[in-house]
Ligand binder design. Structure first.
Ligand code: UDP
Ligand code: MG
Length: 322
């Protein structure tokens, strides 16, 4: 039995068709499963429809509801970040407002966290219902790409629907980078992370608030912030071009000397200039890229390590700070 306080973080952008139902379902689950000590944090991410008045009236009736309303649309990830920064629970659930993530899974997640003494329980989509082929295809491509490129293991088919405990929330709050790819950062934070599978339902109502432009921004941020491999690739490409260029140079010079009558004049020098210089340029860009990458890592200012627990002869101190 979970004795602490549970925070539920719900980002909402133009969700007037669903917020009442989301609130009702969440509340029902929390009450039925005895999770009485809780808070519901709704983040209104600059909605332009009736979401805010609806949230306001929910908050007026229920003292356990907190509404954080943004001045404009900042995006899903900043909304969840605000929720994590402001929550006061011993653990927090991040859940979408559109009921694609079933609230009924929350008690199982809490139980799993207790049973396995996990820091994070993340929900893995077994099946995605009611989503377009395009969405599923681009999502699977994206997860494959980022997993292949990143050094941090990033679970496949996982959204932000997860339960995180206080130590993970505290570590998350210390991260200073501006464009947060939350599911990646939570993986990066570490501690014991266990999956729980579920079937992703279609949206309860309304349309996706993630048009292609937002999906692209999300994917670019994730790739930029979680891997420097593309920079390394420029270097590799440059290096191979230089090698090929060297061989070509030898070939061009030899053919000029051995068969002067069949070689078009000017070809040798042009070829050498193009291939060799191209390679040198790519290589140099790669080197500069490596420096830019290091500067980027410095600027992100993530801690270099996170200490999970400090054990000493006398007492066990739960987590000290890096
Ligand atoms: N969302 C948000 N700000 C945005 C876009 C989306 O807070 O700019 C919220 C949205 O209200 C929902 C969650 O993020 O609760 C996920 O969005 P959506 O369900 O539209 O994405 P999809 O499931 O289609 O990927
Ligand atoms: Mg959705």
């Amino acid at each position: 039995m979970f004795r602490g306080k549970l925070s539920i973080i719900v980002p909402c952008y133009n969700e007037e068709e669903v917020v009442n139902e989301t609130y009702r379902r969440l509340k029902a689950v929390l009450q039925e499963s005895g999770l009485r000590d809780h808070e519901l944090i709704f983040i209104n991410d600059g909605s332009r429809d009736g979401t805010l008045p609806l949230l306001r009236s929910i908050a007026e009736k229920d003292p356990l509801v907190v509404v954080l309303s943004f001045s404009r649309n900042f995006g899903h990830q900043p909304a969840v970040t605000a929720g994590l920064h402001r929550c006061t629970g011993d653990a927090a659930v991040i859940i979408d407002a559109d009921l694609q993530d079933p609230p009924e899974l929350i008690p199982q997640m809490v139980q799993k966290m207790l049973d396995e003494e996990a820091g994070v329980v993340y929900a893995v989509r077994d099946e995605r219902k009611g989503e377009t082929f395009f969405k599923r295809f681009t999502a699977s491509l994206f997860y494959r790409l980022i997993n292949g490129l990143s050094d941090v293991p990033l679970p496949m088919n996982t959204g932000d629907f997860r339960l995180v405990d206080r130590k993970v929330i505290d570590e998350f709050c210390r991260l200073e980078e501006k464009n947060k790819y939350i599911r990646g950062l939570i993986s990066w934070i570490g501690f014991k992370q266990v999956p729980i599978s579920y079937v992703r339902e279609p949206r309860f109502a309304g349309e996706t608030k993630y048009p292609l432009s937002k999906m692209l921004k999300f994917a670019t941020n994730a790739l930029l912030y979680f891997t420097r491999k593309p920079l390394k690739m420029a270097m590799g490409l440059g290096f191979s071009s230089v090698v090929v260029g060297l061989f070509l140079t030898v070939y061009a010079v030899l053919s000029r000397v051995l068969y002067p009558e069949t070689t078009i004049s000017g070809w040798t020098s042009t070829m050498i200039a193009i291939v060799f210089l191209g390679g040198v340029q790519l290589l140099t860009i790669g080197v500069i890229g490596e420096y830019v990458g290091s500067i980027f890592d410095e600027v992100k200012n993530r801690p270099q390590y996170i200490i999970g627990e400090t054990i000493s002869g006398r007492k066990t101190k739960d987590r000290s700070r890096a």
